[in-house]
Design a protein around this ligand. Sequence first.
Ligand code: FAD
Length: 328
Amino acid sequence: MAGVLALVETKEGSLRSSGIEAMSAATVLAERMGTGADALVVGPPEIDAAAGALSGYGAGTIHLALDPALAGYRPEVFAEIAVQVIREGEYDVVLLAGTGLGRDLAGRLGALLDVPVAEDATAISVMDGRLRIERPVFAGKALATVEVDVSPTLVTLRPGAFPVQQSEGAGTLARRSLALDPGRWPTETISRESGSAEVPDVSEASIVVSGGRGLRDPESWRLLEELCAELGPEAGLGASRAVVDAGWRPHSEQVGQTGKTVAPRLYFAIGISGAVQHLAGMRTAGTIVAINRDRDAPIFRVADYGIVGDAFEVVPRLTEELRSPQGR
Ligand code: FAD
């Protein structure tokens, strides 16, 4: 088998943690395949220094496609660069984080290379020289094992499902100079809106504090923000679709079938009933804590810890406990 390529996303001058997960997963997989793992970073020139750190996660060659015009996602240009690198390197497996960008790019690459995409992987193994990809199906109620024998095999990884692992690679920086022709590009980024920079994105947070309709109004999110702050910088906010539809929270925070799929080590579901579409996005979390005043709420069926009670009483007490010296 030839090598594994990880497509590593960047955000505001740094590598995204889901991209580092993809690099770590590529290194582990390459070891099992008896081959090497490389990285491709497409982004603005400022990313140059940060990209070098990928050698600490096992990257052999780090392909850099850097240009100020690539600070934001340009689907057709990113895809063109990736196809060129994949073909030249004759990579057998290409791993992308299952973020919005990763899923969009994987689809484009699949079409351009005429190969299928294995989406939302939570585990990858090699059996008799063939790749086996495990992924949750039917809103996470069952696990499907997919065997793929096309080259290259494109795989998107569920954010949070693959651990970040340090390991030494050769770390040869292979720089790519691009002849960019913006006049040829059919799209242009007019403006960009980013969510709160104070807390990590829900898909990358290792602790998620999610709220639902049980919180009654958007002002109640102050309680969740306070809990989040006590849980530390790894904690991010999530929401059910009911509150996103009500305009209480942005869609970028929605967890579930039509929102983001997350796999944090700790997930708080507060005032969330646990509809199957919500569970689809979070049931693979490490530990699930549910707070709901209805003891029959379906969320308790997937929760590791359940607190039957009023969120307006339980959440401030939890925050207070964490704030106390004993809670630290
Ligand atoms: P509710 O179902 O209204 O539940 C509120 C909960 O709060 C109840 O369990 C109640 O007991 C509890 N509660 C009330 N007051 C308190 C209190 N004071 N303290 C503690 N608990 C309290 N949903 C998603 O979340 N994500 C998706 O991606 C998604 N995609 C969907 C896609 C499709 C095609 C469809 C049809 C639906 C989708 N939904 C999705 C909607 C989903 O079916 C539910 O309607 C939604 O998840 C319910 O949100 P909720 O749990 O916040 O609200």
